[in-house]
Design a protein around this ligand. Structure first.
Ligand code: GDP
Length: 538
């Protein structure tokens, strides 16, 4: 017995050392899950906009605060299930925009609501039962807005964020129609609950609702099936209404009633709303006096609405994150500066690939984004490399053509003022629908663009809008024309980072008729890239 006791005494110090080591490892692991700290040379300097993310010289508390984006993100998640939620901050430029305390409290309250009313809870089941009665009631604790996707990835992210803001403003619960080529790309944004509409939801084919649907708000108003006037409003409102916010709403003034205050008296009473849109309609919510006070408290700066909402909602799932990280670490991480160039060619463009490449070079050389070359021959020498550092050009496009042109432009030059390397992660050659791996690549490329130091994106492209918003930097936009193959100037720097609302409503809410005058206001400006589009400014 004595021998055994003395053996225990001997190993006790060893046991304590092991325990302390294990705890230190756990703390480091917690504060930086699956981490390879960014290898960008520039990230080590104080003036480059990157944070000092060295694991050793920062306290866990301050790092955790940074990782939660100033309180924007909930701390109630398991980090390993969604690595990007905590690691994106290590790779992106520090956002100069902090969320307001009011927005943070709205989000935390929403998370509580979502958990209480989320799929398959008792309250959810009760609301589904009400749906079957075909009539709305004000007796329900949980009311919902379902988002069903339309268009490509960028369009979907913009409209989902717009719908989420609408849910926040109306105390409704956001659920996402399950579409395999979208929902699985992202982590769940709300702790302890899912945002995916259960597959046994009693109304099927939500993606088939369109302008002709008889349950659309516009149709119901047009046919006097419901009224916006509280005095004439019949007691029986439908339990489910479709809100048609696709750009085609511009053709029917009734669908645009959504952008008039009176409508929100009615829509607020409907237990289940379905929203479909390909249009970043979020700025339209700022035109409603119903939401004015809430919005100004949530977003004292209007220019950063999507910036905050997108950083809150959109965290790529682990497989997309791994795809982006592998590429980043293998190729881009060591460059001193990353220039992301996103080139989107729309079918209506009159420009050939050569015209477009010339436009890109006109823009990037004129704005000193890319280095000039002075002579063409077979051997490349780089001038001032030490002084200026190296530049990685990330060509993000469906087409390989632009990568080839950019690479040969720099490879065939004798005098380049800087060390330049050109990369392209993928070239799918065509947009694809319902293809998971295609969408994963697209999202990984949005992520890579969001790590850039400088961005050049394409006019009209929601893919570009989302990328520069996540990055939080103002890009130069390559302008485009529907009538010419030449564009002057080739590009323009955006004034604010909020995306463009391509098709704002043209309705006079007083007369409930089409308005010929463009929307104006102290907080509205014409977009840089879309003549009829508007964006929010401070
Ligand atoms: P928009 O059409 O430019 O407004 O952007 P969307 O993201 O809404 O739709 C375009 C879709 O085409 C994307 O979701 C991708 O599927 C695909 N796509 C367009 N450009 C690229 C690109 O540069 N890289 C990849 N991987 N896919 C792209």
């Amino acid at each position: 017995m004595k021998k055994r006791w003395s053996f225990m005494a001997m190993i006790r110090p060893l046991f304590v050392v092991l325990l302390v080591t294990a705890m230190v490892c756990l703390v480091l692991r917690f504060s930086n899950p699956q981490s390879t700290p960014p290898a960008r040379a520039s990230s080590q300097t104080e003036t480059d906009g990157y944070k000092h993310e060295g694991v050793s010289n920062q306290s866990t508390t301050s790092r955790s605060e940074d990782m939660l984006l100033g309180g924007l993100l909930s701390p109630d998640f398991d980090e390993h299930s969604c690595v990007s939620r905590y690691q994106s901050v290590l790779y992106r430029k520090t956002s100069p925009h902090n969320p307001s305390p009011y927005l943070v409290s709205k989000l935390r309250n929403y998370e509580v609501l979502h958990k209480r009313c989320g799929p398959n809870t008792l309250l959810y089941n009760k609301s589904v039962e009400q749906l079957r009665t075909k009539h709305s009631t004000d007796q329900l604790e949980c009311n919902y807005v379902i988002w069903s996707p339309l268009g490509g990835l960028g369009n979907r992210m913009l409209t989902l964020a717009s719908t989420f803001l609408y849910a926040l403003l109306t105390d409704k619960v956001l659920l996402v129609d399950h579409v395999t080529d979208f929902v699985d790309l992202f982590c769940q944004p709300f702790p302890g609950s899912s945002w995916v509409l259960p597959s046994n939801f009693p109304i099927e084919s939500l993606d088939s609702y369109d302008v002709h649907s008889e349950l659309s708000y516009g149709y119901l108003i047009k046919n006097n099936l419901i009224s916006e006037d509280p005095k004439t409003q019949s007691k029986m409102l439908p339990s489910f209404v479709y809100v048609h916010l696709e750009s085609s709403y511009i053709w029917d003034v009734h669908d645009q009633f959504f952008f008039c205050d009176d409508s929100h008296f009615v829509l607020g009473k409907i237990n289940w709303l379905l929203v479909r849109s390909d249009n970043y309609f979020l700025p339209g919510l700022f035109m409603l006096s119903t939401f004015e006070k809430e919005l100004s408290q949530m977003f004292p700066s209007r220019e950063t609405v999507f910036h905050h909402l997108s950083r809150y909602l959109f965290h790529p799932g682990n497989s997309v994150w791994e795809l982006a990280m592998k590429y980043y670490q293998s190729y881009v991480a060591t460059a001193n500066q990353v220039v992301g160039i996103q080139i989107r060619d729309f079918p209506w463009s009159l420009m050939s690939k050569e015209d477009r490449f010339n436009q890109i070079m006109d823009c990037t050389l004129k704005e000193n984004i890319l280095p000039h070359v002075t002579q063409h021959s077979r051997k490349t020498t780089y001038l001032n490399t030490d002084e200026m550092g190296s530049k990685a050009i990330l060509v993000i496009s469906l087409y390989r053509d632009y990568y080839d042109r950019m690479k040969s432009y720099y490879d065939s030059s004798t005098h380049v003022s800087q060390h330049v390397t050109v990369y392209q992660p993928s070239h799918e050659e065509a947009q694809q629908l319902k293809n998971e791996s295609h969408n994963e690549k697209a999202l990984a490329e949005i992520v890579l663009l969001s790590f850039s130091d400088v961005l050049v994106t394409s006019a009209w492209s929601t893919f570009g809008y989302v990328s520069y918003n996540l990055a939080g930097i103002k890009p130069w936009i390559l302008l485009s024309s529907k009538v010419s193959n030449k564009v002057h100037p080739p590009c323009r720097r955006v004034m604010t980072i909020d995306p463009c609302f391509h098709t704002p409503p043209s309705i006079n809410c007083k007369t409930k008729s089409r308005s010929k005058t463009k929307l104006t206001g102290a907080h509205i400006r014409q977009c840089e890239d879309v003549e009829e589009g508007i964006k929010l400014v401070d």
